[in-house]
Ligand binder design. Sequence first.
Ligand code: NAI
Length: 270
Amino acid sequence: MSYGLLKGKKGIISGALDENSIAWKTALKAHEEGASIVLTNAPIAMRMGKINELAEKVNAEIIPADATSVEDLESLFSKSTEVLGGQLDFVLHSIGMSPNIRKGKEYGDLNYDWYMKSLDISALSFHKFMQVAEKLDSLNEWASIVGLSYIAAQRTYPFYTDMADAKAVLESIARGFGYRLGKAKNVRVNTISQSPTPTTAGSGIGGFDSFFDFAEKMSPLGNATGEDCANYIISLFSDFTKMVTMQNLYHDGGYSSTGISEEIIEMMGK
Ligand code: NAI
C-alpha cells in the first residue's frame, strides 16, 4: 500500500546489486511512495548486477560511480540534479565491502592495503558523498541522508573484522556531517543499524548463518528484514522525521537492548 510519503521528492539510491539488496528494496518503495530517483553503483558491480531490470521498474536513470572516487561522485551529483530537474531531497548510502573479509583474513592478520580499501569504500565514501553534495550545492533544504551500519560498531563480533572499524567511522561521519549540514541547510544525516540480512554483502561475513540465527533468537521481534529496513529508510526520507538527525538508529527487532533471551538460555541448557 502506498501513502505518497515521498510525493514530489527526488533522490539518489546507491548500492542496489540484486533483489536482495537493501537498496533494491528501498528503490522499489521510494518509487511506490512517489519519488523520482537516480540509481548508482560501482561500474564493475553494474556489469555483474541486474540494475537495469530495477531501473526499468522504477523508471530511473542509472549513473555509475565508484563511491571512492570524488570525480565520479561529482559527476553523479551534478548529473543527478540535472536529470531529476532540481536539488535532492534524499540520498541513500548503501555501500559496504571488505577485501579482508572476502579473502578470509582474521583481525590479527589484516592486509593493510585492503584495510584502507574497506574504510574507503564502506566509510570514507559516506563523507565523500556529503562533501561533494555540499560543494556542488546539490541538496535541498530539509534533505535527508541515510547510511547503513551494523552493531559491530559498538560491540565486538570477531568475524566482522575491519568492517566493524569502518562502521564506527561511518557512524561518526554521520554526526560530523549531520552537524555541519544541519547548520547550513537543515539537512539531516543518520545511520540505521540493521539486523543481519541475507544479501551479498551480509552473507559474505564468516559465520553469517549462525549469527543470523542467534540474532533471530535474541530479538523479541525477530530479525528485521531487508524489506522492513526499506520501510524505515522511507520514513527517514519523509517529512515525518524532520527533526531526527546525527543518530545511529537501531532497526533490529529489539536485539540491541536484549541481554539474553529465553530461547538462548534454552539452547545453552541442551
Ligand atoms: P549488497 O551486497 O546488496 O550491497 C552492497 C553494495 O555496495 C553493492 O551494491 C556493491 O556493488 C556496492 N559497492 C561495493 N563497492 C562499491 C564501490 N566502490 N562504489 C560503489 N558501490 C560499491 O548488500 P546489503 O546488505 O544490501 O548492503 C548495504 C549496506 O547495508 C552496506 O553498508 C552493509 O554493510 C549494510 N548492512 C548490511 C547488513 C547485512 O546483514 N546485510 C547488516 C547491517 C548493515
